[in-house]
Design a protein around this ligand. Structure first.
Ligand code: KG4
Ligand code: ZN
Length: 333
């Protein structure tokens, strides 16, 4: 069966066609990053309008590249939430319209389930069960994943998400939005150990996180230095920030593997693209004998492929998940 996937929860419009036998046939993506950059964050109304502008051309592109016609589609998977309500409504209304026109069923996908399962699209996928670290702009969670739909929350952030901590700290350092990749780049020019920032909840004995204090520590350090224009100082602070957040994330991943007695770790979500995090987990995996899996780099951030795939997995598990109710709903929260 060919599943059409539609993602529009935030600032990326993603469309993909996934064949349950042949795998991913095509995917098309448009990122609105440039549109929101001057505002320092995503502007919901602009995001909705841009999804409307992009979604049909992306559908045409994905169908063209896969040499598939709409009539070949067996089901339509779309991101139902969480995300920006207006943005989600664009994807869900387009999904419902296509479903109604073709008489094909819909399946609403949880955005995080898309991220969670995205490493299974890689060439060398993990096998169930595994521990997953979900680190995006809106979420930070550790999960035990026993199969499709069988998820146990092991721990999560009590305040800011990891990506949010990256973005907010980057903003304090005067870097462009989204700050995650920028602060990571700047950190490479920093000297390790010049500054030391706190490692929140490192020894909390549970698998929860807290990152809001880290951004405050960046602000305080910047203030003390009174050299905001000094490039080297900023790079040193960026380096201290990345060291702190990476140490907390990696340490909790190891604790989750020990607690569950599993030896496969999956890292998904935008922050999973972070080079320093990947290096640290790679070193730890070699020392502590576990394996780490990532989605292909292009599927770390939001995309349609993970939604098509999660929809296909869900339908395989439970054909009853497909519905013909075209009176669409979204679940922003
Ligand atoms: O998963 P994602 O694309 O969207 C959400 O569902 O939130 O994640 C976006 C987040 C942003 O906070 C962004 O700054 C962060 O992922 N990010 C990174 C990197 N690439 C993206 N953070 C650190 N290092 C990166 N290389
Ligand atoms: Zn996401």
């Amino acid at each position: 069966m060919i599943v059409l996937g539609i993602e529009s929860s935030c600032d990326e419009t993603g469309i993909a066609l996934y064949d349950t036998e042949k795998g991913l046939l095509s995917h098309a993506l448009y990122s609105q990053i440039a549109l929101h950059a001057e505002y320092g964050g995503v502007v919901p109304e602009l995001a909705s309008r841009d999804h409307i502008r992009r979604i049909v051309p992306l559908l045409e592109q994905a169908f063209g590249e896969a040499s598939v016609v709409p009539g070949d589609v067996g089901a339509i998977a779309y991101t139902q939430g969480p995300g920006l309500a207006g943005a989600l409504l664009v994807g869900s209304s387009v999904a419902s319209s296509i479903g109604m026109a073709l008489g094909k069923p819909l399946v609403g996908v949880h955005h995080l389930e898309g991220h969670l399962l995205s490493p299974l699209l890689a060439e060398k996928p993990p096998v169930f069960p595994f521990v997953a670290l979900l680190v995006s702009g809106g979420h930070t969670q550790l999960m035990k994943v026993e199969g499709v739909g069988r998820y146990e929350l092991l721990g999560e952030t009590l305040d800011d998400a990891a990506g949010e901590a990256f973005d907010k700290s980057a903003k304090l350092l005067g870097l462009a939005y989204p700050g995650g990749p920028e602060i990571s780049k700047l950190a490479e020019a920093g000297r390790p150990g010049i500054f030391r920032l706190p490692r929140p909840m490192l020894h909390s004995r549970d698998l929860n996180f807290s990152f809001s204090g880290l951004k405050t520590a960046v602000l305080t350090t910047l203030g003390k230095e009174k050299t905001r224009e000094n490039g080297q100082t900023k790079a040193d602070i960026a380096c201290a920030f990345v060291d702190a957040i990476v140490e907390v994330l990696a340490t909790k991943c190891l604790a989750a593997l020990r607690q569950t007695k599993l030896d496969q770790l999956v890292v998904a979500g935008g922050v999973g693209a972070n080079r320093q995090l990947r290096d640290a987990l790679g070193r730890m995996a070699a020392q502590k004998h576990f394996r780490v899996f990532y989605p292909e780099l292009e599927f770390c951030t939001d995309n349609g492929a993970m939604i098509a795939f999660a929809g296909a997995m869900r339908l395989k598990q439970d054909p009853g998940a497909a519905h013909y109710d075209y009176g669409f709903t979204v679940r922003p929260r």
